[in-house]
Design a protein around this ligand. Structure first.
Ligand SMILES: [Ca+2]
Length: 193
């Protein structure tokens, strides 16, 4: 079972990995390809769905599909909550086409006072992690976040999109402990060969 602390440590370590080319920008670009993330809206024909996503730890009661989302996000979003210094996290890994590509990473997030979120995207080749982008997100209303970067991929590489609530609350029943929500997670190629 993974604790978010481990995720943070890995994340912070990866941010210092040399050789990762970060040429990112927060501005938004029109993508030229479809979203690589499957079930990015957490629903299928109007029904809640976790298909294609992996919950860590598996079956965590702190992760659920919840009614309500941003405009254009369908009917549902995914809701997560931390507890006792731990937090569940959710991920999806996708295969990428070989070549050098500019990617746009985007998602919608809603938190609340004292309930923030964390997300990261990492590019892996075998057991090696070659690139990571991550950030904390704080918003009391549905907010759109986007970022773009260039990643050079070989056949067999994969990219993982993962997210979590920030660890803050010692008790799941803490009155200040509320769900944080994510929806419409996208990983799109915006240019490349
Ligand atoms: Ca949705």
């Amino acid at each position: 079972m993974f604790s978010l602390l481990i995720v943070y440590i890995v994340f912070c370590t990866l941010l210092t990995v040399p050789g990762c080319t970060l040429v990112g920008s927060e501005s938004d670009i029109i993508p030229i390809s479809s979203n690589l993330i499957k079930n990015s809206s957490f629903e299928f024909v109007g029904k809640p769905s976790l298909q294609n996503w992996i919950v860590h730890p598996e079956g965590s009661p702190l992760v659920k599909i919840s009614p309500g989302t941003t405009v254009g996000g369908g009917k549902y979003s995914i809701a997560l909550r931390d507890s006792g210094g731990m937090a569940p996290w959710v991920s999806q890994s996708v295969a990428v086409v070989p070549g050098t590509h500019a990617f746009q990473i985007s998602f919608w997030f809603k938190g609340s006072y004292s309930n923030d979120g964390v997300m990261f995207v990492e590019h892996t080749r075998g057991d090696s992690i070659l690139y990571v982008y991550g950030r904390y997100v704080r918003s009391e209303g549905w907010t759109y976040y986007s970022h773009h970067d260039t990643i050079s991929c070989l056949y067999g590489d994969s990219v993982t999109f993962a997210f979590s609530p920030e660890v803050f609350h010692s008790d799941v029943n803490d009155e200040n402990n509320t769900d944080v929500y994510f929806d419409l997670l996208k990983l799109e190629v915006i240019e490349g060969d």
